[in-house]
Design a protein around this ligand. Structure first.
Ligand code: HEM
Length: 251
C-alpha cells in the first residue's frame, strides 16, 4: 500500500469509515435528530438542530468560564480574560440562531409544539449551567478585588495599574450583556411565534421571560458607571447630578 493510501486508513478506535467520523462521533451525533418519518413537520429538523447546536455551544462556553474562574482564583488575569473571551464567542452563535427559528410560521410551530410534551427551555442544561457558573465567577472576582484592597471604582480608576483584572471585569460585563442579549432575542422569538400574553409548554407566561431579561449577574460593574459619571460631574461642576454634555445630554 502506498504512503498516501496509508494516511486515509482510520487508526482511531471505532467502526466509522474515517478518523474524522470516529473522533467527532458523527454517526451518533447525526442520529440524534428525528428521522423524516418521525417529524411532525419538515421545519422540525431545523427546530431540533438549532436547539442541539445551542446546547453544545453553551456547554463549551460554561467549560471555558469555569476554566477562566480557576485562572482568576490563581491570579492569572490575562489567561482568565482569554478564556472568558472564548466563552463569549461561543455564546454569539446561540443568539444568532434564535433568528433562524423566527422563520418558522406561528401555525407551523403549533404543529411542532404538539410533540414537545412539557419540554421547555427552562430545563435547558446549557443555560442552567450558565446561570450556575455566573455567580461563582463573580465570587472569584470579588475575592480578587478584596485581596488587592480595591473597590470596584478603584479598579476602574486604576485600570492602567490593574489592567489584567480590569480586562476580566470587562469580560464579565460582556458576559452579562450576552446573557441579556440571548434573553432579549429569545423573548422576541417567543413573542413572534406564540405571542407575548400566553403561557409556554411548562406553563410559564411569556411575560416572565421579559422580566428575567432585565436580570444582571454583576450589577456593581454596571452601577460603577453611574458612580464614575457622578464623580466626574461633581469634580467639574460641584453637582454630581449636573446635566451631561454631549452624548450623555439630559433634556
Ligand atoms: C420557536 C422557538 C421557541 C419558543 C416559542 C420558545 C418559548 C419559550 C417559552 C414560552 C419559555 C418559558 C418557559 C416555558 O416553556 O413555559 C421559554 C424558556 C426558555 N427557552 Fe425557549 N423558546 C424557543 C426556542 C428556544 C431556543 C432555540 C433555545 C435555546 C437553547 C431556548 C431556550 C430557552 C431558555 C434557556 C429558557 C429559559 C429562559 C430564562 O430563564 O430566561 N428556547 N422558551
Amino acid at each position: 500500500m502506498s504512503a498516501a493510501n496509508e494516511l486515509t486508513k482510520p487508526i482511531l478506535p471505532g467502526t466509522a469509515a474515517s478518523d474524522y467520523e470516529r473522533y467527532l462521533r458523527t454517526d451518533e451525533l447525526l442520529a440524534l435528530q428525528k428521522t423524516e418519518d418521525e417529524r411532525r413537520h419538515p421545519d422540525e429538523l431545523t427546530f431540533q438542530v438549532v436547539h442541539q447546536a445551542s446546547e453544545l455551544l453553551m456547554k463549551g462556553a460554561v467549560h471555558e468560564v469555569d476554566r477562566g474562574r480557576e485562572r482568576l482564583m490563581h491570579g492569572d488575569f490575562f489567561d482568565c480574560a482569554r478564556l472568558l473571551r472564548r466563552a463569549l464567542m461561543m455564546l454569539d452563535p446561540p443568539i444568532q440562531l434564535l433568528r433562524v427559528l423566527e422563520t418558522i410560521t406561528p401555525f407551523d410551530y403549533q404543529i411542532i409544539r404538539q410533540g414537545l410534551g412539557h419540554g421547555s427551555g427552562l430545563d435547558s442544561p446549557g443555560f442552567s449551567a450558565l446561570l450556575h457558573i455566573a455567580p461563582r465567577l463573580g465570587d472569584a472576582f470579588y475575592q480578587q478585588l478584596e485581596a488587592h484592597g480595591l473597590s470596584v471604582i478603584d479598579l476602574y480608576r486604576r485600570h492602567a495599574e490593574f489592567f489584567g483584572l480590569h480586562e476580566v471585569a470587562e469580560c464579565m460585563l460582556d458576559f452579562d450583556e450576552h446573557v441579556q442579549a440571548f434573553r432579549f432575542h429569545h423573548l422576541k422569538l417567543a413573542q413572534r411565534i406564540i405571542g407575548g400574553f400566553v403561557a409556554g409548554t411548562m406553563g410559564t407566561p411569556v411575560e416572565v421571560l421579559r422580566q428575567r431579561q432585565e436580570h444582571l449577574f454583576y450589577k456593581p460593574l454596571w452601577d460603577v458607571r453611574n458612580d464614575i459619571t457622578r464623580e466626574c460631574s461633581e469634580a467639574r461642576t460641584g453637582d454630581p447630578d449636573a446635566p451631561q454634555l454631549g452624548h450623555g445630554k439630559q433634556y
